[in-house]
Design a protein around this ligand. Structure first.
Ligand code: F0G
Length: 351
């Protein structure tokens, strides 16, 4: 098997690139589709996890960023800007380095995970903490991109969704067809739109025989799709999806409706329960927002919204190492022992 060349080279004929596009890549994509035995047992379905935290900067954003930055480079951009709850900024910062561009990021003050802040800083981005939420940051970034020579690399940039749709291609390539149902967290609503685009494309070209029902899940304190309109003061511990006014509203609503799916809400408590379940029973460490897909699947089965026996893919969007506070705060403090085998054995309950 030849080495993976990054998603632009692997899916070049399905992406809006040409010979003139300078490909800026960290060899993103090709993430594992891991069978989830425990979640399968609990739901009576055949469940897989698309583990997007194994992308180069630890989230699915790298799929969109390789496209957005490559196209910005093709246009001669010297600087990019984004608003972010953390993962977009981490990804933009890293890909901007690869492209020799400067990167400006706007994040909501005090509301992004420490690991993500570290990523933006270590890659040398110009970071501003904004006294406001993500929606305020995005509004600001959009204005700056109009008035100043910086390219916007949020998912309102259409190249982002083009890159992100490749996750659907990988799933169909691995399973031989689309799953029956696809579950994923919804924040700014770009990713659910991108997956749907990818599934439709493969089905239209006869590579997949069907398309899945798209099931999106928001945090209940930040659930504009459930409310039916923007939420002014979104609140959730899942900071990645603490968004009240999703930019890709129409595309995501179309994905929901055309696929016969739904966008529903799960509570922070359900998100954290799924987060722990994935870590303790599947061996997969994700960040809290990512667990909304699995929390939503469990809820949909309990409510009878989904039938048993289906093949289901849950995207887990970001790596748990980005936001370790939740792992540590939920665990007992470690016991300290002397350098003594007997003491260690008794502390471990072995003796
Ligand atoms: N999961 C994670 C880990 C995310 O970082 C995001 C979005 C989502 C899910 C939701 O995806 O916005 O396409 O619906 N994070 C953005 C950011 C907003 O700035 O990193 P979406």
């Amino acid at each position: 098997m030849s080495a993976w060349r990054g998603l632009i080279e692997e899916y070049r004929d399905r992406l809006p690139v040409s010979e003139k596009t300078p490909v800026v890549t960290l060899l993103e994509g090709n993430t594992p589709l891991v069978p989830a035995r425990r979640v399968s047992d609990l739901t009576g379905c055949e469940v897989f996890l698309k583990v997007e935290g194994l992308n180069p900067t630890g989230s699915f954003k790298d799929r969109g960023m390789t496209m957005a930055i490559s196209k910005a480079a093709e246009d001669g951009a010297k600087a990019v800007i984004c608003a972010s709850t953390g993962n977009t900024s981490a990804s933009a910062a890293a890909y901007a380095v690869r492209a020799g561009m400067t990167c400006a990021v706007l994040v909501p003050r005090g509301k992004i995970a420490m690991g993500k802040l570290a990523q933006a800083l270590v890659h040398g981005s110009k970071l501003l903490q904004v006294d406001g939420n993500f929606d305020d940051c995005l509004e600001l970034a959009r204005k700056l991109a109009v008035d100043y020579p910086v390219a916007l690399v949020n998912s309102v940039n259409p190249y982002r969704l083009q890159g992100q749709k490749t996750a659907s291609f990988e799933i169909v390539d691995a399973l031989g067809d689309a799953p029956d149902v696809h579950c994923l967290p919804v924040g700014n609503a770009g990713n659910i739109s991108a997956y749907w685009m990818g599934y439709k494309e493969y089905a239209n070209d006869g590579i997949a025989a069907k398309t899945p029902r798209m099931m999106g899940f928001q945090a209940s304190g930040a659930a504009p799709f459930v409310a039916g309109g923007p939420v002014l003061n979104p609140q959730t511990i899942a900071t990645a999806i603490r968004i009240g006014n999703p930019a890709s509203w129409d595309l995501a609503a179309a994905a929901r409706d055309e696929s016969g799916g739904a966008i529903d809400a799960v509570t922070d408590r359900q998100i954290l329960a799924a987060y722990r379940l994935l870590a303790r029973e599947e061996g997969v460490f994700v960040e809290p927002a990512s667990a909304a897909s699995v929390a939503g699947l469990l809820q949909a089965r309990e409510q009878g919204v989904l039938a048993a026996g289906q093949r289901i893919v849950c995207t887990v969007t970001g790596n748990g190492l980005k936001d370790p506070d939740w792992a540590i705060s939920g665990a007992p403090a470690p016991t300290t022992v002397k350098v003594d085998a007997h003491a260690a054995a008794s502390a471990l309950g072995l003796a």
